[in-house]
Design a protein around this ligand. Structure first.
Ligand code: SAM
Length: 270
């Protein structure tokens, strides 16, 4: 079933605008978020308000971050009488979520512009301590990579670097016809819940990134070879990893153990 937007605006390709209109998908997203009284909801890229207004009706208040100047006035107008919509006319990558939270915890929601999805994910993770959870619509192929485990062909850097810091749960697959204009690929909604910072156990995020980048940069090679410019075979063994394993066979926790070992020299970027 189709949901009518609160207003119409021509979609801008450069801003990744694919407006959601499928009522069932919208309802499923609101159900998945299931906002509770007192929570601070923040939507990234409200567009024509497909998710914004159902959430606002249910929750009464919402902060939305939108880069497209042409959408600010119609969104403001459409929110009248529905609830307290605070719109930040900003590039989301320039928004300091920790500052926005001002001591509270944020719940992030968004049908993200697909060209910016990875930068937005990592930007949000940089503020993980201020975020309770995130519900994002992304390309299905990206969600598959985010949630993949060892042994999967799509298990890679994105999987390890996200799963090191949060629980990643794919929730629903959304076909192109749910959007106007339709994207070329399937989409999916994913839930990300940041792990308790005290239990993540990554001593040096830069080191983890360097190890994972080198390991998956040459994913067909054994770790002994792929990591030869980064660490010794003895270190791989000390982390409990077989040096003849390939990156796609190594658990996230084992990458963290390897990156946490005492390293003598400054890390060499591959
Ligand atoms: N939420 C709406 C929906 O589901 O129909 C629109 C989703 S559309 C895929 C992505 C939205 O993100 C657009 O409204 C677009 O203008 C906005 N956007 C694109 N780049 C942005 C940026 N850097 N910062 C904030 N919003 C951005």
């Amino acid at each position: 079933m189709t949901a009518s937007p609160a207003f119409h605006a021509p979609a801008k390709k450069s801003l990744g605008q694919h407006f959601l209109h499928d009522r069932r998908t919208i309802d499923d997203i609101v159900l998945a978020v299931d906002p509770r009284p007192g929570e601070m909801l923040v939507e990234i890229g409200p567009g024509q308000g497909a998710i914004t207004f159902p959430l606002l009706r249910r929750h009464g208040a919402l902060t939305a971050i939108e880069f497209d100047r042409d959408l600010i006035a119609p969104l403001t107008e459409a929110a009248r009488g529905i609830g307290a919509l605070t719109i930040l006319h900003r590039d989301v990558l320039a928004v300091d979520f920790t500052e926005l939270a001002a001591g509270r915890q944020l719940r992030l929601v968004g049908n993200l512009p697909y060209n910016l999805s990875s930068p937005i994910l990592f930007h949000a993770l940089g503020h993980a301590a201020a975020i309770t959870d995130m519900h994002f619509m992304l390309q299905k192929e990206v969600v598959d990579r985010m949630a993949a485990g060892p042994g999967s062909k799509v298990y890679g850097r994105l999987s390890v670097m996200l799963q090191a810091y949060c629980e990643v749960t794919p929730l629903l697959v959304v076909p192109p016809g749910a959007f106007r204009p339709p994207p070329k690929v399937d989409s999916a909604v994913v839930r990300m819940v940041p792990k308790d910072p005290a239990r993540i156990g990554v001593r040096d995020p830069g080191r983890l990134q360097a190890v994972v980048r080198a390991a998956f940069g040459q994913r067909r090679k054994t770790l002994r070879n792929a990591l030869s410019g980064v660490c010794t075979t003895e270190m791989i063994e000390a982390a409990g990893i077989g040096p003849d394993a390939r990156a796609e066979q190594v658990q996230v926790a084992d990458f963290i153990t390897l990156a946490n070992l005492p390293w003598g020299d400054p890390v060499q970027q591959p």
